[in-house]
Design a protein around this ligand. Structure first.
Ligand SMILES: [Zn+2]
Length: 325
């Protein structure tokens, strides 16, 4: 069920806070089946605390307000961040085509304004496969130059290359633009999860999308085939923390079950500790002459970083041995 158009106009005039209400409203109405109840409910500021909803059918997604006009979209793949205001719309990452379409539909419930900017944090398919959905909707698209190179080389030989959308603008060290009152600042601090991870700050909101530079309490993918570097990843996170403050809010690409896809300074320090302990553990095992096979067979956690879980510990061990070899 759609909101009545006069209601939509009214909400849009009132600014960002009510965008959430609009995003929530159709789904709440659909879920509850009683429009009066839902209509009353959506007017309640307490709804901001609910911040999630499902759509009918097999798919479900979650849209949450992080701060100001900045939102997260979670469904399948790396977390999407998006900023919507009367001054501009920016999207950070695109998951897969179906997910991107869900996001476009949700935004179109709010505004017909064209989308100003599409950002890719890095080239991995769970962050860029939905790019094509935005192809005709955006004015500009940006990624680090290595991210585009990686995306192009992965696409080589693919029979679907004409369906892949590559960012048009690339940067080396930093890139900046203004969307009305918001400043979008992208930085690159060298290799980490890949050799092309961009850090996207929404400066005035004091929030940052880190792409896959943080896996929250989940074993990370360390893409050595795309130039990942554990040692420098630790330095990259230092630079992230130095460039922001303890109040800054962060969006992470992935988290383990029960852990959030958004977080703060402490979460970044905890992940940095994981990388440090991984490197230390790998070095010790390597110097002791242990083979990767032996290490894989006997390791169930990284000493000193026991909070990290999931299925990917072997990928971490493999990556650290590659780095030390
Ligand atoms: Zn990734």
């Amino acid at each position: 069920m759609k909101m009545k158009s006069h209601s939509r106009r009214k909400f849009m005039k009132n600014g960002s806070q009510v965008v959430l209400v609009l995003l929530l409203a159709p789904q709440l109405i659909a879920c509850k089946g009683k429009s009066e109840v839902a209509a009353t409910a959506v007017m309640n500021e307490e709804l901001k605390k609910l911040m999630d909803f499902s759509i009918s059918g097999d798919e479900s997604y979650q849209i949450r307000n992080l701060a100001g006009n900045l939102w997260t979209f979670e469904e399948r793949g790396g977390t999407i961040g998006f900023d919507v205001s009367d001054d501009g719309i920016a999207i950070v990452d695109t998951q897969f085509p179906e997910q991107s379409q869900h996001l476009v539909d949700a935004i179109r419930e709010q505004t017909d304004r064209s989308i100003d900017l599409l950002i890719n944090t890095h080239h991995h398919g769970d962050h860029t496969s939905g790019n094509n959905v935005f192809k005709k909707l955006i004015k500009d698209s940006v990624a680090h130059s290595n991210s585009k190179k990686n995306q192009l080389s992965r696409a080589e030989g693919s029979d679907k290359v004409d369906q892949i959308f590559f960012p048009e603008t690339v940067f080396e060290d930093s890139w900046k633009t203004n969307l009305g009152s918001e400043t979008v600042l992208m930085n690159y601090y060298g290799a980490g999860h890949t050799n092309g991870d961009a850090i996207t700050a929404f400066v005035n909101t004091n929030a940052v999308h880190l792409g896959d530079l943080v896996f929250n309490r989940r074993y990370p993918y360390i893409d050595k085939s795309a130039g990942a570097n554990i040692q420098n990843w630790i330095v990259v996170l230092d630079k992230v923390l130095e460039s922001h403050n303890t109040e800054t809010k962060y969006i992470f690409g992935h988290s383990d079950n029960g852990y959030d896809l958004v977080g703060n300074y402490e979460d970044i320090k905890a992940f940095q500790n994981y990388l440090e302990r991984l490197l230390e553990f790998g070095e010790k095992s390597f110097k002791a002459g242990k083979t990767l096979e032996e290490l894989n067979a006997e390791t169930t956690m990284i000493p000193g970083a026991e909070e990290w879980k999931g299925d990917g510990i072997l990928r971490s061990l493999d990556a650290v041995y590659q780095e030390l070899s």
